[in-house]
Design a protein around this ligand. Structure first.
Ligand SMILES: C[S@@+](CC[C@H](N)C(=O)[O-])C[C@H]1O[C@@H](n2cnc3c(N)ncnc32)[C@H](O)[C@@H]1O
Length: 236
């Protein structure tokens, strides 16, 4: 018998449509306020020691949408820089703060930028600290529900992460294209045999068709690794 197989392109179509349909109920007024907060973070570049790239408006909205969909409680971020990704996820977590309080732990090894309080969600910054140092400090304290990787991780980082995930932990890999860091991080993720704990399915970054359907204009190269535990089948 031939099987039906779902590949990373199919999964990308399903994931981003589901997640964006869920966040589409947010009003245009809310979106305006959301993006004015995110855009205001550009001013923080003046305080940076290492002035580098930040995420696009599309990635901001995707991170926000993923968080309101999956409702992670403990969020880890590598590479916070001016905080567009951190604040996008924090604003997402604000949506369910009454049911579950979420916390974000983020680090940036090159910068010491203190993020303004633009969301209710608690953010613990590890500035001028690399991922390995932060992960060693967090090791054994709680399990990570969502990990946003916008820095470069090595095998040692993944070894600590592996000990601190649960059956629902989601990974988001920024810059997943060509030979960029998202692809290198994925190779290290595979080498760490993370899938021995959970079986992970890769979802490619959002396709143009889905972006346009939800009026998202800029590029996004965020891939997502979803544990098979979070994928279900239904007849409706
Ligand atoms: C592309 S920027 C992050 C942009 C940020 N997510 C935003 O939305 O503004 C990448 C940052 O990750 C930091 N970085 C890279 N690898 C890291 C690591 N292993 N640990 C901590 N920080 C790291 C760099 O210093 C840089 O500031």
């Amino acid at each position: 018998m031939k099987k039906i197989s779902i590949n990373p392109t199919d999964l990308s179509y399903i994931l981003w449509n589901k997640v964006l349909e869920n966040s589409a109920i947010k009003s245009e007024i809310y979106k305006k306020d959301f993006f004015s907060k995110i855009d205001s973070l550009e001013n923080l570049r003046a305080q940076s020691d290492y002035n580098t790239g930040s995420i696009s408006s599309t990635t901001s909205w995707l991170l926000y949408s993923l968080v309101i969909y999956f409702k992670p409680k403990k969020i880890i971020e590598i590479g916070s820089f001016i905080g567009k990704s951190t604040i996008s996820m924090a604003l997402g977590a604000d949506n369910y703060a009454d049911e579950d309080i979420s916390e974000i732990y983020c680090c940036d090894m090159s910068n010491n930028i203190v993020l303004p309080k633009l969301a209710k969600t608690k953010i613990k910054q590890f500035n001028k600290i690399n991922s390995l140092e932060m992960l060693k400090k967090l090791d054994g304290n709680f399990s990570f529900d969502l990990i946003h990787i916008d820095g470069r991780l090595g095998l040692e980082d993944f070894e600590i992460i592996k000990k601190n995930i649960n059956k629902n932990t989601i990974f988001i890999l920024d810059d997943f294209e060509g030979k960029e860091k998202g692809v290198i991080n994925y190779i290290n993720f595979l080498k760490s045999e993370m899938s021995l704990n959970n079986f992970y399915l890769l979802s490619y970054p959002i396709q143009t068709e889905t972006k346009l359907k939800f009026s998202l204009l800029e590029k996004s190269h965020s891939a997502v690794l979803i544990p098979s535990n979070l994928i279900g089948f239904s007849n409706q």
